[in-house]
Write a protein that binds this ligand. Structure first.
Ligand SMILES: Nc1ncnc2c1ncn2[C@@H]1O[C@H](COP(=O)(O)OP(=O)(O)O)[C@@H](O)[C@H]1O
Ligand SMILES: [Mg+2]
Length: 449
């Protein structure tokens, strides 16, 4: 595609510079008030001039965005962002340039990359790519001790529920937490990983059984299924990835941009794929653990923690799975404390509302995620998705029509209840780094060890 076709007509350098000089607004011929009267709800004054340049507000000005700044100004309740849209309308392109441009403001980046499409960008930013392959050389321990017990407990519970494909019984929920505690105690300070927890579930101590109010033998019976479910994580398509101490060197995680490439995990072609989803959640848990560690260190040494952008492209694969969506929601809730922007990429709102026997729970989850993401960026939606999107996002009729007909690269940004129609603009250099969909398909493995 040529620059001209992308709607850009200036030489690359001019455009690149423009990307980083936010704030200019072309003069309108009418006032904003006039605009709003004619075209309600999608004609607002911008979000100010400070922030990362995104592109052009369709009403003439530059559009800049910085969720932390807007949070500080009281415009947003949180920094989290949902990017929603049909495939091929520009979600990943935006996600990549958002990270690239934010690096200039000193933001860190963490990416869970299901398609292996972020690598050129990450390398250009001097970051690190960790590629996970079944039985491969790199292992990440999602149970790395992070000082926040609830995250590890949430993770175990999320994985167990997802593997069992049902909610946990009371005994299983208590047993899992108790087994993690017992494994920590037994490890004498060494790193605990999932097989250690399985061991505790399979051979419950008298103390653990006491927590359940039954004999060790009965405890073993009650916990058998959950032990087997976790056991499956150590076999099949996920074997060797999350089931032992971390093998990648510690310094890797101090990299300003780190991407966990999960593109080698392929098991079947189902849209919602359990191994991929579990790998995503384990990867996310691991990154959370590392970030909390960094934040604690920063606090100890008295410097400010850098803000982090966490991009979960293709997050729709994990969210509908019992347990995994809840895990995301818990992470969303913590983001204010930990300086993270969760940036989730989905196809449609209904990705958050999977049907099934957990329908109402999923609906609460969807509402929770939407409530904890003050920014929603909506690319083109299928006609049948329009009623749900309109209702869930509280869109006007005009906006509803708009999201059904948006062209590539243009999105409706809902920022703390305000709406902007924005064309995302990229420089030629950026296109080179991010438009990698085809090129990446045939890439040789990195062989990271
Ligand atoms: N801002 C944009 N302006 C023009 N075309 C774009 C823009 N963003 C993306 N595209 C086009 O759309 C294609 C798909 O973009 P991508 O970001 O991979 O979509 P998605 O992640 O939504 O599937 C790109 O290869 C590019 O040709
Ligand atoms: Mg994409």
């Amino acid at each position: 595609m040529t620059s001209h076709e992308r709607g850009l007509s200036q030489p690359p350098f001019t455009r690149l510079r423009r990307c980083f000089v936010p704030g200019e607004r072309a003069g309108h011929q009418v006032t904003t008030a006039h605009f709003q009267a004619v075209y309600p709800a999608v004609a607002e004054a911008g979000l100010g001039s400070e922030g990362v340049y995104i592109g052009r507000d369709m009403h003439g000005g530059s559009f800049v965005y910085d969720p932390w700044l807007l949070y500080a100004r009281g415009v947003l309740n949180d920094a989290n962002t949902l990017v929603i849209g049909r495939p091929d309308f520009g979600k990943s392109s935006l996600s990549k340039t958002w990270l690239l441009r934010s690096r200039l403001f000193g933001r860190r980046g963490e990416i869970v990359d299901l398609k292996g499409e972020y690598e050129p960008l990450v390398r250009a930013l001097g970051g690190t790519v960790i590629r996970l392959t079944p039985g491969g050389g790199t292992r990440l321990n999602p149970l790395t001790r992070i000082g926040r017990r609830e995250l590890r407990e949430n993770l175990l519970e999320a994985i167990a529920k997802a593997m069992l494909n049902r909610p946990l019984s009371q005994a299983e929920a208590i047993g899992l937490t108790a087994a993690l505690e017992a494994a920590d105690l037994a490890s004498d300070g060494a790193e605990v990983s999932i097989p250690d927890v399985i061991e505790q579930l399979r051979h419950p101590t008298a103390q653990l059984a006491d927590r359940l109010g039954v004999s060790p033998h009965s405890a073993q019976e009650e916990l058998r299924e959950v032990a087997l479910a976790l056991q499956r994580l150590c076999q099949g398509p996920l074997r060797g990835m999350f089931d032992g101490p971390t093998t990648a060197g510690e310094d890797v995680f101090d990299s300003p941009v780190i991407s966990l490439d999960l593109s080698e995990i392929t098991d079947g072609v189902a849209a919602v794929n359990l191994p991929i989803a579990i790998a995503m959640v384990c990867a996310v848990a691991f990154l959370d653990a590392k970030r909390v560690e960094r934040a604690d260190r920063a606090q100890r040494l008295g410097y400010e923690v850098e803000k982090t952008i966490r991009i979960n492209d293709e997050a729709w694969r994990a969210l509908p799975i019992a347990g995994l969506g809840d895990y995301y929601q818990a992470a969303f809730k913590l983001s204010r404390k930990t300086g993270v922007q969760h940036w989730l990429v989905l196809h449609r709102i209904s990705d958050l509302r999977a049907a099934g026997d957990e329908g109402s729970r999923q609906q609460r989850l969807a509402e929770g995620l939407l409530a904890d993401a003050s920014t929603t960026i909506i690319y083109r939606q299928h006609a049948q998705e329009l009623p749900l999107s309109t209702e869930a996002l509280g869109l006007s009729e005009t906006e509803r029509d708009l999201i059904g007909s948006l062209e590539q690269g243009v999105a409706l940004w809902r920022v703390g209840g305000r709406s902007f129609e924005v064309r995302h603009l990229l420089s030629d250099l950026e296109w080179e780094l991010i438009d990698t969909d085809q090129a990446m398909g045939s890439r040789a493995p990195l062989g990271f060890a």
